[in-house]
Design a protein around this ligand. Sequence first.
Ligand code: GDP
Ligand code: MG
Length: 374
Amino acid sequence: MLAACFPAPRSYTGEDVVEISTHGGLVVPAAAVAAFVAAGARLAEPGEFTRRAVLNGKMDLLQAEATADLIDAGSPAQRRRALHQLERGLSGRLGALRQEVLDLEGLIAYDIDFPEEDDGPVSDARVRGAWDVVRGRVSDLLRTAPEGERLREGALLVIAGRPNAGKSSLFNALLGTERAIVTEIPGTTRDAIEAHAVIEGFPFRLIDTAGLRDSEERVERLGIEVSRKYLAAADLVLFCEEEDDPSRATFLAKVQAPVVVVRTKADLSGRDGVSVITGAGLDTLRKRLAEVAFGQLLALGDVEPVVTRARHRAALERALAELDAFSGARAAGVDAAAAATHLRATILALDDLIGVVTPDDVLDRVFSTFCVGK
Ligand SMILES: Nc1nc2c(ncn2[C@@H]2O[C@H](COP(=O)(O)OP(=O)(O)O)[C@@H](O)[C@H]2O)c(=O)[nH]1
Ligand SMILES: [Mg+2]
């Protein structure tokens, strides 16, 4: 058994920490834990160490979330994004933004102190300019939210098309394993099958569906209903057809998500498209799928911060609404002190996001998904 002492504050949690390493296996560590519990220790709650690290100021809430994301990362893009956030990529950007709002508050302080003066030392144009910059930054960050959240969840890619179009074969090819049953009998896949796949380094949840056609057969019809449900939730749809499918236009008209149309069985037709037999066209298809699902993140690269959670989006939406309320109040001639309350509220929204002061229930939610021992 080996014990390593980390005196405060230079430990993961910022407190005095002793780490004990035992021999491996199940019995020895369990016996050691049981002995500690008998002596008065208790088991940690999920994420308790990271939670303490946040409360002791060793990291902010965004870094804590990134820690969980890093543990859960199942693809290179998720890992890179989590590391960027862990290294304060997002925290740094939000800290700078917070300072800019503080500066803006400073600009209108004179108006608050000397409301009767017609011409303060700071022109309206200057306030407007500073506001524009801040607003632009908040809305740029907000725009990253859809793909950022998609990066954490995996893009829901629904494979659609008529029976026998080659959907299940393509599903397996994109997955790299024989997961769905492939047969020449139309309607073999009766329910939707979901599997995780990494495509061009990005996470996807692939859905292979039953063929989209009206069926008298009850079991198959159930599968078709699943397809429609998945179609409504899809981030993108891969529409497979062996040759020109007359039902394609009707289908496309019903789908909200972006659709990639692919010609299957290129080895038989001799035309452009994909073939799961020769592998032709698969690389191009993978690139296209990554581009459609994560084009914005691809364009941003790994340097620009991205928001990845509904919690982030909600806080930024609040900040944006308060900034707009500030501008509206000024345009309506509301007195400077009242208008400035919206800048305060903007700063509070950013503070919530970074986790300056975080209520227990928010912490509970963030850490509930952590694993024990982190
Ligand atoms: N030659 C050739 N046959 C294919 C290809 N893709 C699928 N098939 C065949 O087409 C039939 C239907 O494929 P399947 O994936 O089950 O279609 P699904 O009903 O749309 O899921 C099977 O016999 C497959 O072996 C391909 O790229 N080339
Ligand atoms: Mg199938």
